[in-house]
Every structure is written in C-alpha cells, then in structure tokens.
Design a binder for this molecule. Structure first.
Ligand SMILES: [Zn+2]
Length: 437
C-alpha cells in the first residue's frame, strides 16, 4: 500500500508539473465517473462468466482495469446498500435499515446534513460534482443531493441521464478547470423488465413464457415464465451496456477518458428462484449481495487484473480517495479493496449475514433459520455442516447485533457515536469490530 500511495503522489505531482506551464489554475487530479447500476447481479455479466453476451462494453472496461470477482454489498435493498457505500459505514452504524417492501427504520429515508457522503468529500476537495439519479428513494427531497453542485433526478430511461451527465461535464468545464465527479445511479436493469424492443428480441425471442415480477416467494412460477423473465432482465443489461458505451465514448471523444477513474458497481442484485423467491429486499443470499465492481484507471491500475479475494462496499470510497491522493475523513470506516476483507456484515429486514474465516453465516431473526456456506459458494447453494465454524461466525453476528443496538440507543439519546457516553465495555465491543481506535 505504501508503494501504491507513493505512485499516486508521483502521478499527481507529475500532473501538477505538466499543467503548470499551460494552465496555472488547473487541478490535475483525475476525474471520476461513478456508475451505479441498480439491481445488477455480478453473475449476469459476461465478464463474470455469464453464458449470454450481456455486457461487451463492460467487459472491455474490465479488461482496461481491475475486476473484483467477489465483491459484497451490505444490504439487499437500495437505501441501506447505497448509503453504506457513500458513508463507508455498515448499516448497524448508520441505521438506515430496510424493514419491508418500501419501508425503512427511518421512514422516509432522510439523509441528515451531518452525515458525510462521498460527494461532499470530493466537493470539499475542489471537485465539481454532478449527480444523475433515477432511483425514487434517492431524491433531493430526501437530501441525497448533498455535496452535488448539480443534481438531476429523472426516473425515465438512463439515456436521459447519460446525455445529461455528458452535457453537464461540458457545461461546467467552461466555467471551471476543476476535475469532475459524475455519479450516475441508473435503474435500467431494475423491474419492470421492459427493455426497448430490439434488446428484448436479443434474448427473449425464442422464449414462450410470460413476464412475471414481484418481491417474495414465488412457488408457482413455471419454468417458461422464469426463463422469459430472466431473458428480459438480461436484455435490460445489454441495453445498460450500450449506455455505458455511450458514456465512455463521450469521455473518449472529449479527450477526458485517460485522466478519469471509472467505477462501475451495483447496490444489490435480484433473485430468480435460487432460494424460492423473486425480486430483492427479501434476503441476504449471494444473488442479492454479490455485485459487480470494476475500477479502471490505467495510469495507476495495470489493466487486466482479476481480484479474487473478498471485498466489500464500505471499502470502495476509501479506495477511490486513495486513488485520487485524498485523505480519508475520520467518519469513514472502510480501508481499501487491495487487501482481503476479513469480516463483512450485511442485513435485510430480519436477515443478517457475515462473511468470515472463509465461510458465510446467514441468520433470520424471525424464523430462526440459520445456514452456513463456504465463502466460495457464491450463490449459497450447498449448506456446510460445521458446528465450530458456525459458532465462531455467530459470535461475530452477536457483536454486530449489539453494535446495532448501541448505535440505535445513541441515536435515540441524540448523541454522536464519539460521545463519552459510551462505557468502556461498549467501547471494547466497538474496537473489536474495528469501529474505534
Ligand atoms: Zn436498488
């Protein structure tokens, strides 16, 4: 990591020297294009080994950068998943929990201005910041626009947002030589699975089922209907891939791509009967938590690397700041993606999951269902029988639950998490989870 930070420093110094002669006011830090694709499972992208060619442009992006093959989101629903990534905090700490279809522990989910989100960190570091968001939970009304100089919420197709982002990059560049951070949160892979007709034909033309979509158990779903529904989901990915192509070509044509860190990821996936259900927000199985992550910035990340170790979303913002040569805010809890994450937590309603010691434990607090899987079993298909390992991971989940309660009590008292109201025993628990010094 020291060598990596040294490289970053050299890159920025080199850029600063290069830009001095031509434009003394310019900030030479790289731009950032951050594309979050709502509801995109990693295993339905061809670069992650999927059978259909759903993602030629994303595959090429992966070849120009690093593909994180085992990347984990902290929740199976948009709000806790996205805000965990933006705050670099697990759900237990920030407390935006998904309780049921469209319902949250804090309802509606309003993001207080004392929360420090990634766009604010970049704004304060002299970035011009643009947000282009299609998700209905992440609106100005919910204060999700904090830190963005420009924010567009539009629930239409992603083409509107991608074109608006490129237009904003041009427009804002005329006023300022600051680097840009453009965040796109696209809903084109989300239900209702209605891609433009020419994309639907690519994968669904030979299927004779009907489109089905709902959240939750689907015991009566027929195989033809499931196959047709999955084909349309895949067709939406192919459409999304063309939007990514348009964005990246747009940067290339403007001569900006070379000095832009490109991030592509998702908040969660979707279920297709792997565990009896459809949709998301319903469990913590691999089909929901395993999301793609590609980072591309050839000057610092040699192209073509496949990162096999387990990584997690709270480490993404800190890694991005490292790549940009910026310091971590003290509120960010993650570290970096270049080293394996040895303890990961995720949750969704009554479900909790932890990855540790090469395994994954899933517990449902309502049904008392408890299942252990090998970490390498990406979709949690074959249960492990190992009482010792199960007990070890259960201790982590108990700690996580206690942590969640401590933060909840703290919020109820209106105190910050750094308050001296913590007892020494509580602090010890926080330290055990890596939450305080
Ligand atoms: Zn989502």
């Amino acid at each position: 990591m020291n060598r990596f930070k040294h490289l970053v420093a050299l890159w920025i110094l080199f850029g600063a020297i290069s830009s001095c002669s031509s434009n003394p006011g310019a900030d030479s830090r790289p731009n950032v294009l951050f594309v979050l694709v709502d509801t995109l499972r990693a295993d339905h992208l061809s670069t992650y080994g999927y059978g259909r060619e759903t993602s030629p442009r994303i595959d090429a992006l992966g070849q120009s950068g690093w593909v994180f093959e085992n990347h984990i989101s902290h929740a199976g629903q948009t709000v806790p998943a996205t805000i965990s990534m933006m705050l670099s905090k697990v759900p237990a700490e920030h407390g935006f929990l998904h309780k049921g279809p469209g319902h949250f522990s804090k309802h509606p989910p309003y993001f207080d201005s004392d929360l420090l989100l990634l766009p604010e960190v970049l704004h304060d570091a002299n970035y011009r910041t643009g947000g282009f968001v299609a998700n209905p939970f992440l609106m100005e009304k919910h204060n999700f626009n904090q830190g963005f100089d420009y924010f567009l919420h539009d629930q239409g197709r992603g083409a509107v947002l991608t074109r608006a982002a490129l237009a904003w990059i041009d427009r804002s560049a005329k006023k300022s030589s600051q680097p840009f951070f453009a965040y796109l949160h696209l809903m084109d892979v989300h239900s209702p699975y209605e891609p433009p007709a020419r994309y639907a034909k690519l994968f669904a033309a030979d299927e004779d089922g009907s489109l089905v979509y709902h959240n939750g158990p689907a015991p009566d779903l027929s195989k033809p209907d499931l196959d047709f529904t999955v084909a349309l989901y895949d067709a939406q990915i192919r459409y999304l891939d063309d939007l990514v192509d348009e964005l990246l070509n747009g940067l290339q044509e403007r001569g900006l791509l070379e000095n832009t860190v490109v991030v592509l990821t998702a908040d969660h996936g979707d279920e297709f009967l792997e565990h009896g259900g459809l949709g998301h927000g319903t469990s913590v199985y691999g089909e929901l938590l395993r999301v793609p992550l590609i980072l591309s910035f050839p000057p610092l990340l040699e192209p073509g690397r496949r990162v096999e170790h387990l990584t997690q979303h709270i480490d993404l913002a800190p890694t991005l700041l490292d790549l940009l040569g910026l310091a971590q805010p003290s509120s960010f809890r993650g570290s970096n993606l270049f080293e394996p994450a040895d303890l990961i937590f995720a949750e969704n309603g009554a479900w909790r999951a932890t990855y540790a010691a090469g395994a994954k434990l899933i517990v449902n607090g309502d049904s008392e269902r408890k299942e252990l899987f090998d970490e390498a079993d990406a979709l949690d298909q074959r249960r492990l029988e190992n009482r010792d390992l199960e007990a070890e991971l259960q201790i982590h989940l108990d700690d996580y639950q206690r942590l969640s309660e401590l933060f909840e009590e703290s919020r109820a008292r209106g105190e910050s998490v750094d308050s001296s109201a913590w007892t020494e025993a509580e602090l010890e628990q926080l330290r055990a989870l890596g939450y305080t010094e």
